[in-house]
Design a protein around this ligand. Structure first.
Ligand code: XMP
Length: 512
């Protein structure tokens, strides 16, 4: 077991994920709870995450001193390096030239951390994000890598097995970072690497049983992979105590409702309530243009519907959702942390406070690709597990401006044509997510001999690993031309098509 102490970095979960990839179980605890967790877990090693605070401020967070006295290996990352240096007798200063983004470090000494990966005298790209830096090392430490703005880019006390790096090895922009973490977890900490998604499945089932006891659980299905995986997992844990509710809010894609109902009722034999709530949702959304208001309205109505369904089955104490980690981090502001609310994902921040049911969210620690692995582990068909993500608020957030039945209808048709062409071109699996957006802008066109004045459709397709960052997909122009021609010819109400070439960041994947 590895204990990860979280100081509020946006990417702490990525550390956990890298550790899981090495087949090692890890647990993240906020620094406030670290002392108790350290005592209870008895981890084989500790990793200190990055964080937004400055070690130079006296009240800023610290790791429990006991962590450094237990004889276990410790790896400090960014803020973790700084607090480690400060707590062990070194010095940290603010106000130096800040480094953000790509940087280059030079390895100046051999270390167990670099073994087989980085070599003395060579330079390697890393990803940095810091303002403060260590200026004096604690006793026993020596420098193993330097960068132009961080003279202590990586330091080690090999005898005590303490390592600290100013850069972020957990992010994909540090190309060898995962291997450094492997060295730490496998060689330095001596963890065996036999943890897997099967173990996660078993632990998750135990956790679900412990949380819900004999209570009834409602699970909201969205038609996407996450809620389906959550439902199947929970069904495995508690069987008949689970009722799945699929809410048709009128914001689904073409044919989607039928597909989901068939899958659950016929394929899995999991009881499913299909609620027709199109009028309720579209009525409440009429005239709403603000993206956050849309999300919150949808979140609120979902709860209304779930609560009504709960009543029908004699009350349910729990509501289950397929919330993933990226949904959590982008919706919740860490207390005192840097994680500002980007969007209220309806299955996290969009829920009203007054909700009577407690949440069951068994996938909260996982990233999308891990959920897919879990889905396969649970025996879901490949074609289903490989489906592109679809957001809970559905087409509402792909229809900027006012949502009308007419725009939704055009959007559904355009989206279906786009995806059909993507499948035909055998590109579906190479793309992480693809969809059409209908814009509130109308432009002039000419069709046949007539003037048209219709909506613009934007096409979006991205590659990504976990939805946290993304790049636009580089279609060839012939493909885009073919899709545009079909949409304009076949969909009434759209006379212009554009392709969105924004990456995330600075864009987000969805338009709202
Ligand atoms: P963004 O737009 O935040 O999207 O870059 C990242 C991923 O999350 C999906 N998404 C949602 N999923 N409820 C969900 O279940 C939501 O409210 C929500 N908003 C965005 C989005 O489709 C993309 O895959």
């Amino acid at each position: 077991k590895i204990l990860i102490i979280d100081f509020g970095s946006q990417v702490t979960q990525l550390i956990a994920r890298r550790v899981r990839e090495e087949g090692v179980y890890s647990e993240i605890v906020p620094y406030q709870a670290a002392e108790a967790a350290f005592a209870a877990l008895k981890p084989k090693a500790v990793i200190l995450s990055g964080g937004p605070e400055s070690v130079t401020i006296e009240t800023s967070p610290r790791a429990p001193q006991g962590v450094f006295e237990a004889g276990v290996p410790v790896l400090g990352i960014c803020y973790g390096e700084q607090t480690m240096a400060a707590q062990l007798g070194g010095e940290v200063e603010g106000g130096h030239h800040a480094e953000f983004g790509r940087a280059e470090i030079e390895v100046i000494a051999d270390s167990a951390l670099f073994k087989g990966i980085w070599h003395v005298g060579e330079k390697y790209p890393v990803w940095m994000s810091h303002g403060d830096r260590v200026t004096k090392l604690p006793e026993g430490f020596s420098t193993i890598a330097i960068s132009p703005n961080a003279p202590f880019a990586a330091v080690a006390d090999e005898a005590r097995r303490f390592y600290a790096v100013q850069f972020h090895p957990e992010v994909a922009h540090t190309p060898h970072g995962a291997l450094l973490l492997r060295n730490f977890v496998r060689d330095i900490a001596g963890c065996s690497g036999d943890w897997s998604m099967r173990a996660f499945r078993e632990e998750a089932i135990e956790r679900i049983r412990a949380q819900v006891g004999t209570g009834k659980v409602l699970c909201g299905l969205s038609g996407g992979v996450d809620s389906a995986v959550a439902a199947v997992l929970i069904h495995e844990a508690i069987g008949e105590q689970l009722t799945c509710v699929f809410v048709d809010h009128g914001l689904l894609r073409l044919g989607e409702a039928e597909e989901v109902v068939r899958l659950f009722r016929d394929h899995y034999n999991i009881p499913l309530v299909h609620v027709q709530a199109q009028d309720l949702f579209l009525g409440a959304l009429a005239g709403v243009t603000d993206p956050e208001v849309k999300r919150k309205t949808i979140g609120r109505l979902f709860i209304d519907v779930f609560e009504a369904e709960a009543k029908k089955i004699g009350g349910a104490a729990f509501l289950a959702q397929g919330t993933l980690y990226p949904d959590v981090i982008e919706s919740v502001s860490f207390t005192g942390g840097p994680s500002v609310t980007i969007k209220s994902h309806h299955n996290v921040g969009g829920l009203p406070e007054r909700m009577n049911m407690k949440l069951v969210e068994p996938l909260r620690e996982l990233f999308k690709d891990e959920v897919r692995v879990l889905g396969r582990e649970l025996g879901l068909p490949d074609a289903f597990v490989g489906r592109h993500p679809f957001p809970g608020p559905g087409l509402a957030i792909r229809c900027p401006g006012e949502i009308t039945a007419e725009k939704l209808d055009a959007l559904r048709k355009a989206d279906a044509i786009y995806l059909e062409e993507i499948r035909k071109a055998d590109l579906y699996d190479a793309i992480w997510q693809a969809f059409a957006v209908i814009l509130p802008v109308k432009t002039v066109g000419v069709m046949g001999d007539g003037r048209t004045y219709d909506h613009v459709c934007a096409l979006r397709a991205v590659t990504s690993v976990d939805g946290m960052t993304a790049d636009f997909y580089p279609f060839d122009m012939t493909f885009l031309g073919r899709v545009a021609t079909r949409i304009i010819n076949e969909v009434k109400g759209i006379n212009r098509v554009t392709y969105d070439i924004t990456s995330k960041p600075p864009g987000t994947i969805e338009w709202e």
